[in-house]
Design a protein around this ligand. Structure first.
Ligand code: ADP
Ligand code: ASP
Ligand code: MG
Length: 406
């Protein structure tokens, strides 16, 4: 029998009436002899509310207890969908992550799936049940509940699709598919029909949260095609994300991603000599703070300025580490700026087209957008700019690379 895996995100299950609509769609599909596995997120902004409740309860939550709390939202949505399906005559069983056999490592709040034992799921399929699995959660080898990081239900769905050898993993959300850029910021954004894993990895990694980055990594590793679709529109093609094939002629630029959670740190007056980067970034790395872009300005009098970006929620901690290590790092002053953003253009076609970077920088200059930092890879170019220029930059680049709706 064909196995179909369908994941519905928070906005798609934010009310009983929306869950009922999904139940009706599943009931129609169940008329065909398919095994259907559904992965659900928590209803609406439940997970955000649970985080707020934890923040109100204590200053420094115990990670194990936070996993326990945050995983509770999905248990509500899966049982409701199961109740509704059973009520309309479709046999259904809801399963928590551990009941579905999802084992993870012990990294609270961002656990990685280590293995999946699909025995229980298959036995439910044998009873002709639709199986509904709680997204975003698993169990570690101590038997404790873990969670997979925000947006982690995407990863649950892709991992189950791989384990069950489903032909594709359908991710239902509140937009028609993956767009050239976030449709919430650019009304001209166009839905893409096809993307390669590589392009989607860059888009997700650079801020397009329509799919959790890990779900795309998992899909690419196990070669599971992902289709992103609108939860409340029937018969749409959505966006298919799959392995690059020779005949897939990539657009030069397929999309523009951005992140608003960047912060910049500048350390002035460091010694312009070998080993200085290691002296600064060593303690930062030891504090488990991830650094993204790095620039060192050529200095004068043997001194230089060292600038790098970190994610905004680690800025305070990074500044503490730098101040604590002033002697080792040996600098004159340190300052930070958090009203910056990173904008990136992505496309496999960039490999075979020269001059893309020049076009990007010229376009930004024409629109009076100052570039603070640049980084490139084979299929992306990222720039750090002031936050106030985000919309103008995204829209100008969207025009420049002819990504607008036709
Ligand atoms: P879900 O609750 O279904 O998991 P998410 O909020 O995680 O949904 O993802 C869908 C949202 O992703 C859209 O509403 C959209 O604003 C945002 N988004 C960001 N970048 C893109 C993009 N390139 N294409 C489509 N949606 C995007
Ligand atoms: N409910 C979790 C979150 O809001 C997981 C998910 O929706 O994918 O992050
Ligand atoms: Mg999501």
């Amino acid at each position: 029998m064909t196995v179909i895996v369908k994941k519905y995100g928070g906005t798609s299950v934010s009310s009983i009436s929306k869950i009922k609509k999904i139940a009706n769609q599943i009931a129609v599909e169940k008329k065909e002899p398919n095994d259907i596995l559904v992965v659900l997120s928590a209803m609406g902004d439940t997970t955000d509310k649970l985080v707020q409740m934890s923040n109100k309860s204590c200053k420094d939550p115990e990670p194990r207890e936070l996993d326990m709390l945050l995983s509770s939202g999905e248990q509500v949505s899966i049982s409701l969908l199961s109740l509704i399906l059973n009520d309309i005559g479709v046999k259904a069983t809801s399963l928590t992550g551990w009941q579905a056999g999802i084992k993870t490592n012990s990294q609270s709040m961002s656990a990685r799936i280590s293995s999946i034992d699909v025995k229980r799921i298959k036995s439910e399929f044998k009873k002709n049940s639709v199986v509904i699995v709680a997204g975003f959660q698993g169990i570690n080898n101590k038997g404790d509940i873990t969670t997979l990081g925000r947006g982690g239900s995407d990863t649950t769905a892709v991992a189950l699709a791989a384990a069950l050898k489903a032909s594709e993993c359908q991710i239902f959300t509140d937009v028609d598919g993956v767009y050239t850029t976030d449709p919430r910021i650019c009304s001209n954004a166009r839905k893409l029909d096809l993307l390669t894993y590589e392009e989607m990895l860059e888009m997700s990694g650079l801020g397009s949260k329509v799919l959790q980055l890990r779900s795309v990594e998992f899909a690419s590793k196990h070669n599971v095609p992902i289709r992103v679709l609108n939860a409340h529109k029937g018969n749409n093609f959505g966006t298919l994300i799959k392995k690059e094939e020779k005949k897939m002629e990539g657009a030069t630029i397929s999309g523009i991603a951005f992140t608003k959670d960047e912060a910049e740190i500048t350390i002035k007056g460091v010694k312009d000599q070998p080993g200085v980067a290691a002296k600064i970034l060593g303690p930062i790395g030891d504090a488990k703070i991830e650094v993204d872009m790095i620039v060192q300005n050529v200095g004068s009098n043997g001194l230089a300025d060292f600038t790098f970006t970190v994610s905004r929620n680690t800025l305070k901690n990074a500044m503490k580490v730098i101040e604590k290590n002033k002697k080792i790092m040996s600098y004159e002053s340190v300052s930070s700026k958090n009203n910056i953003v990173k904008v990136s253009i992505v496309g496999v076609g960039m490999r075979s087209h020269a001059g893309i970077a020049g076009r990007m920088f010229k376009c930004l200059a024409k629109n009076k957008v100052n570039i603070r930092m640049i980084s490139t890879s084979e299929i992306k170019i990222s720039v750090v700019i002031d936050q106030k220029n985000l919309e103008i930059a995204v829209q100008a680049l969207h025009n420049e690379f002819k990504l607008n709706k036709k």
